[in-house]
Ligand binder design. Sequence first.
Ligand SMILES: C[S@@+](CC[C@H](N)C(=O)[O-])C[C@H]1O[C@@H](n2cnc3c(N)ncnc32)[C@H](O)[C@@H]1O
Length: 194
Amino acid sequence: MISILQSFIMGSGIRSIVQLGHYKGYSTLMIGFMLRRMGIEKGLVSIDLDPKITDYARGWVEPPGLEPHDAHGQRPARRAISRPPRPCSGGRPRCVIIDSSHQYAHTLRELDLWWPAIAPGGMMFLHDCSEFARKWDTTGEGGVRRAIQEWLPRHPEAGSILLEGDPRADEYSAYADGCGLGILQKPLAPIPGT
Ligand SMILES: C[S@@+](CC[C@H](N)C(=O)[O-])C[C@H]1O[C@@H](n2cnc3c(N)ncnc32)[C@H](O)[C@@H]1O
């Protein structure tokens, strides 16, 4: 997932990113390094419902000076996803990365909440969208995969690629992550004369 995020973020100069679910801060740290390399400050907002894990993540991202500018870790998840937080310094999010509850119903709410917030031409990345990763849904309702499968037909405007790796270590798959990654793109702003 990080390799793909790096190619989009650094390749296309994505300067305003929202991350849902930072856990111990690995991807937050990686994205922070990318933004710093690109010379962008305050380009990342990160949200996690777990205050303890957020404190732990801070211990990793603060020393190198990479703290996301508005970590909502102290807020209950219900509030954190009730409305998009204030925008990043680069304006509307150009990229939203969802790696949070992995639950079907909650992921649908995240999609409905964040899709309208993304800038035209922006992207959404959803980790754990593979068949294999359905089992991470603690409610047993089908996880991220089912949420995307039901959401996409309601949003024919969305460009989509669903990558799925083979979770068996001895089987080849050009995309190696068995948990899969969903990539959605919002339509571009209208181009005059077309
Ligand atoms: C799989 S981990 C994220 C891993 C992280 N993206 C990384 O690359 O290291 C999932 C995280 O989502 C958080 N989470 C679960 N439900 C959430 C919710 N409803 N809102 C926000 N965060 C949530 C959990 O506390 C956990 O830290």
